[in-house]
Design a protein around this ligand. Structure first.
Ligand code: RIB
Length: 301
């Protein structure tokens, strides 16, 4: 049976250390004990959508190493269809080096490994999963050619989380295929060639200039801005004291997809997504922090 949500993206093993603050250039800081947690923006989005009750297919690549087995097992444990997660011979799996500060903010360096080998042929092989999914979720930790091929084959709504933001902006033929773009404030600025993060007022103007139907700008603790041709709506987030913000943006995207599959409008979907994102910040790690629908209610009401 086809899955409701198809995710094309990365799977990384996250190597996580807690630090008082992330180091400056040229500085060394001492951190806590190393933790190994399944992550990757694509896999995280797939896992949260599955925990919220959706059927999900993951399209991507892992290496033929121990990390690859860990990542594949983690997705299977959440009931995700991994038949299009290709094990790539002789290549290491994606790894993310993550420092989490005392205030819950983080800094991440990704070594993409097998994720960088995902190509248009892999996407063609997953054509049925993509054409039959109600929502396809895309991010940018895999090659843009694969992302574009997936957007073209998608039969339902296409959500693109442009993370990490490409330095040269997004190809117009990709944006033309996107129904909902979900950048954070920094990614929106980078996509529009503006330096630094933009404030919400500026974000509305920049979002309106992008050639796609709707943009949902995530604002961290401030919630999200939903911008389309006739709507600008600020959706506030529940007030929480974050432990670790890793994967909160992924959680937002997976929850947005969940709500769109259910037929909710974009503003309602964003109301659900800010709650799921906030709940994610209350536990440590990427996939270890992603909540079920019942846990969202317990954690943020
Ligand atoms: O968005 C969080 C994710 O970014 C981490 O799990 C890490 O793997 C990187 O992809």
């Amino acid at each position: 049976m086809s899955a409701e949500i198809a995710v094309v993206g990365s799977a990384n093993l996250d190597l996580v250390t807690e630090v008082a603050r992330v180091p400056l250039v040229g500085e060394t800081v001492l951190g806590g004990d190393l933790r190994r947690v399944p992550g990757g923006k694509g896999a995280n989005q797939a896992v949260v959508a599955a925990r919220l009750g959706r059927s999900v297919a993951m399209i991507g690549r892992v290496g033929d190493d121990e990390a690859g087995a860990v990542l594949l097992n983690a997705l299977s444990r959440d009931g995700i269809d991994t038949s299009h997660l290709v094990v790539t011979q002789g290549v290491p799996s994606g790894v993310a080096l993550i420092s989490v500060q005392a205030d819950g903010d983080n800094a991440i360096v990704v070594s993409p490994g097998a994720n960088s080998r995902l190509g248009p042929a892999d996407i063609t092989n997953a054509g049925v999963a993509l054409s039959s999914a109600a929502v396809t979720l895309l991010q940018l930790e895999v090659p843009i050619e694969a992302v574009l091929a997936a957007a073209r084959l998608a039969g339902g709504k296409v959500i693109l989380n442009p993370a990490p933001a490409p330095p040269d902006g997004l190809p117009l033929d990709l944006l033309a295929q996107v129904d909902v773009l979900v950048p954070n404030q920094t990614e929106l600025a980078e996509l529009c060639g503006v330096s630094g993060a933009v404030d919400p007022v500026r974000a509305v103007g920049l979002a309106r200039d992008l050639p796609c139907d709707a943009v949902v700008v995530t604002l961290g603790a401030e919630g999200a801005l939903v911008v389309d041709s006739d709507t600008v709506e600020h959706v506030p987030a529940p007030v929480v004291v974050p432990v670790d913000t890793t994967a909160a943006g992924d959680s937002f995207c997976g929850a947005l997809a969940d709500a769109l599959v259910e037929g909710r409008n974009l503003v309602d979907a964003a109301r659900w997504a800010v709650r799921v994102g906030a709940a994610t910040t209350l536990r440590a790690g990427a996939q270890t922090s992603l909540p079920t629908a019942a846990e969202v209610k317990t954690l943020v009401g």
